[in-house]
Design a protein. Structure first.
Length: 255
């Protein structure tokens, strides 16, 4: 399992060069619009824009797809379950609602994924302190958490190999597979909590966050391209909403 291992975008790609805070703001704009829109047209148009973003992300589309396929499966599963189990009504609204929900979830996941995988964790921690004035304790803690993800991936592999060596197998049973998977997740969670506690203690012992005057070794600034990224994202969101309102398909999620 290599889902937690970091992807490496081309360093000269547009999204890779952008300020991490600008990417977080852009992702938040799209996520907000997708969360509030219950029609299929708005997320479909946003997904078209995200496809363009993939092209300038510095990531190979095939490699990104091989890592993010669980998101596709989850979005499709939620859409299908919504169609199957939602109350039946005339005219086929269940199908439209299921399609809209699946596209929304896929768009939200892809927007967040692109913001994460094209951002170096160290740059993100620096930008959070410089642009958003967050406490170094919060920023460095987030950096440490991201750095531990590859270790969790290795531990997951070790847990799977240990169970295989002991002859633990689902034997084709979905219930047994779910039980084994839950046990592995619980074991991984316990190990993560213990490692996090030790790491926090070690960071406290080394003085992380002890003084408010922590210096910044790598300056991060919002350049013109970063503001254009936010403007382009806002234009995409507004255009998707405007097109849905023009054709009369837009629906508020709480409406």
């Amino acid at each position: 399992m290599r889902l937690f291992t970091p992807l490496r975008p081309a360093p000269d790609a547009v999204l890779a060069r952008a300020n991490p805070v600008a990417k977080v703001i852009a992702a938040a704009i799209l996520m907000t619009v997708l969360f509030l829109s219950a029609d299929p047209l708005t997320p479909a148009l946003v997904l078209v824009g995200l496809a363009v973003a993939v092209a300038v992300s510095g990531l190979a589309p095939g490699k990104l797809l091989s890592r993010s396929w669980p998101l596709l499966v989850a979005a499709a599963s939620v859409g299908v379950l919504n169609v199957v189990f939602a109350p039946a009504t005339a005219g086929g609204p269940n199908l439209v609602g299921g399609l809209a929900l699946g596209l929304r979830l896929l768009g939200i996941a892809l927007a967040g994924l692109l913001a994460v995988v094209t951002t170096d964790p160290t740059r993100l921690a620096d930008a959070l302190q410089q642009q958003w004035r967050l406490s170094p304790r919060v920023a460095v803690g987030a950096l440490a958490a991201v750095r531990l993800l590859p270790i969790m991936a290795v531990e997951w592999q070790i847990l799977a190999l240990a169970r295989r060596a002991r002859g633990v197998s689902a034997g084709g049973s979905l219930i047994a597979a779910a039980r084994i998977g839950f046990g592995m997740v619980l074991t991984l969670l316990v190990g993560a909590v213990r490692r996090g506690t030790r790491l926090a203690t070690a960071m406290e012992a080394r003085g992380f966050g002890a003084l408010p005057c922590r210096t910044i070794a790598r300056p991060e600034q919002m350049a013109g391209a970063d503001w254009w990224l936010i403007v382009a994202t806002g234009t995409l969101a507004a255009g998707a909403l405007g097109a849905s309102l023009f054709v009369g398909s837009w629906r508020f999620i709480f409406g």
